[in-house]
Design a protein around this ligand. Structure first.
Ligand code: ATP
Ligand code: MG
Length: 206
């Protein structure tokens, strides 16, 4: 950790972007593992606005995804949730997320946490060079995704997350089929999904 002029340690902030439709224990374990490894003071979960990556399916309302993320992180004093992406009109681009959080936390060191799938997409973006200046990138792996063969820059850190074959897609499909999501997502998220009738069928989704 780099000391500032006054000798104080710079705050180290993790940024965990995601659709979080719904947030699950894979996300929480990934954030916890990266926080421990990189000695982060805080991990900010940032639910996306309109996710252009997922234009093929309807995404739950941003407010529901935001509230599920708040419920899931409420018990951890080092986990917080930001509205920067859901309050910004239009589609979410990581460069905008990082610019906003840099503005809000001008003195902090930023660590952007992202999975193999998202990392692959980030590398194809036009603003990619600016991204490296805004934050350190930490790529996390999960079963079925490999980061080793992606031609990543040397300053991207890779971290293996304990085998957590959990995905939001699987959680949504389980709810749609009446299968349980207990223990895949936090208890409060199970209850939020039931209370708001999320994922039950496409017709009922606004
Ligand atoms: P979907 O199935 O809808 O794509 P998802 O489970 O991939 O959802 P996202 O909200 O897209 O969840 O994920 C946010 C970030 O968390 C992404 O960078 C993703 O790679 C990462 N991630 C998702 N699930 C896991 C997991 N089980 N372990 C580690 N990282 C994960
Ligand atoms: Mg995904």
């Amino acid at each position: 950790s780099e000391p500032t002029a006054g000798g104080a340690r710079r705050r180290r902030l993790g940024i965990m972007g995601g659709t979080f439709d719904p947030v699950h224990h894979g996300h929480l374990v990934a954030a916890s593992e990266v926080a421990a490894e990189f000695e982060l003071d805080e991990v900010i979960f940032v639910p996306t606005g309109q996710p252009w990556q997922k234009a093929d399916r309807s995404v739950s309302p941003a407010e529901d995804r935001y509230l599920m993320t708040v419920v899931a992180t409420a018990s951890n004093p080092r986990f917080t949730v930001s509205r920067v992406d859901i309050d910004r009109p239009g589609m979410t681009y990581t460069v905008d997320t990082l610019r906003d959080l840099r503005r809000l936390h001008p003195d902090a060191e930023l660590f952007f946490i992202t999975g193999a799938d998202a990392m692959g997409q980030i590398l194809t973006w036009k603003d990619v060079d600016e991204l490296w200046d805004l934050a350190h990138f930490v790529g996390v792996t999960r079963p079925g995704h490999d980061l080793t063969d992606m031609g990543l820059k040397d300053d991207v850190s890779l971290m293996e997350i304990p085998a957590m074959a959990i995905s939001s897609t699987d959680c949504r499909e389980r709810v749609a089929r009446g299968r349980p999501v207990w223990y895949l997502v936090p208890d409060g998220v199970v209850q939020y999904i039931a209370k708001h009738h999320l994922y039950v069928s496409d017709e009922e989704t606004p």
